[in-house]
Design a protein around this ligand. Structure first.
Ligand SMILES: Cc1cc2nc3c(=O)[nH]c(=O)nc-3n(C[C@H](O)[C@H](O)[C@H](O)COP(=O)(O)O)c2cc1C
Length: 205
C-alpha cells in the first residue's frame, strides 16, 4: 500500500470479524516490521504480550472497561515499556559493542549518557519507556494496515490492573493495548473525524 494511503485509510476499528483469525505468520510479520521503529540508542525498551486465548482476552476485556473489541479481535496486544531499558541488563548493549568493533569506550559513554538521560529519575524513566513504546505501537498499526490487518489502540484501560493480572515486573509499564484483526464488514464504523492541521498546531519560532 502506498504510504500516504496507509495514513489516510488506517482506522481504529471497533468491530472485528470474530470468524477471521489472524495467522501466526502474519502477526510475526507485523511485529518484525514494527520493531524497525526508532528508539533511543536503539535500546528498544519494550515487549509485547499477545492475548489470544479466550481466557486471556476475557481477563483483558474486564480490565478495559469491558470494551468488546478486546475479546472480539483475534488478538489484543499489551504494549509494555521497560523503564529500566537503559541499564546493563539490556542485551542491545552487547550487540552495540560488536557493531562498533568492540570499542568499549564508545559503548561505555553511551551507557553513561543513557543512565543519566533515562535513569536518573522516575519521570525520565517513564518518558523513556512510554515514548519509545508509543512509537512501536504506531509502527505496529501501520505495519498491520500494510498487511491488510485492522487495529484499535486503547488507553481506556486499567493500567495497574493489567500490570498485576499479567504479572509485569515492577520496572515495566503498560503503555497501551492494541486489538488486531479484520474489520467486520457487516457493521458501519463512524466516519473518520477531521484532524487539526498545520495551521492549528504548528508554531514556527
Ligand atoms: C493512545 C490511544 C488510546 C485510545 N484509547 C481508546 C479506547 O480506550 N477506546 C476507544 O474506543 N478508542 C480509543 N482510541 C481510539 C481513538 O478514539 C481514535 O484513534 C480517534 O478517535 C481517531 O479515530 P481513527 O483512529 O479511526 O482515525 C485510542 C487512541 C489512541 C491513540
Amino acid at each position: 500500500m502506498e504510504t500516504k494511503a496507509l495514513y489516510q485509510e488506517r482506522r481504529s476499528v471497533n468491530y472485528f470479524d470474530e470468524n477471521k483469525p489472524l495467522s501466526k505468520s502474519t502477526l510475526e510479520e507485523i511485529i518484525n516490521l514494527a520493531v524497525l521503529a526508532p528508539s533511543a540508542f536503539n535500546l528498544q525498551p519494550w515487549r509485547i504480550i499477545a492475548a489470544e486465548s479466550k481466557e486471556a482476552k476475557e481477563k483483558l476485556k474486564a480490565l478495559s472497561n469491558n470494551q468488546s473489541k478486546v475479546a472480539e479481535a483475534p488478538v489484543t496486544l499489551i504494549i509494555v515499556g521497560n523503564k529500566n531499558g537503559w541499564d546493563e541488563s539490556n542485551p542491545v548493549w552487547e550487540e552495540m559493542l560488536q557493531s562498533v568493533g568492540n570499542n568499549t569506550d564508545m559503548v561505555d559513554g553511551a551507557k553513561q549518557a543513557a543512565a543519566f538521560l533515562y535513569g536518573s529519575n522516575e519521570e525520565r524513566s517513564l518518558k523513556f519507556a512510554e515514548s519509545n513504546a508509543g512509537l512501536l505501537a504506531m509502527s505496529i498499526m501501520i505495519a498491520a494496515k500494510e498487511l491488510g490487518v485492522d487495529s484499535h489502540p486503547m488507553s481506556g484501560i486499567d493500567f495497574e490492573g493489567i500490570h498485576k493480572a499479567f504479572t509485569l515486573q515492577p520496572y515495566e509499564t503498560v503503555v497501551m493495548t492494541i486489538a488486531l484483526g479484520y474489520v467486520d464488514h457487516s457493521k458501519t464504523l463512524y466516519p473518520k473525524r477531521p484532524r487539526r492541521g498545520f495551521n492549528d498546531i504548528l508554531t514556527v519560532v
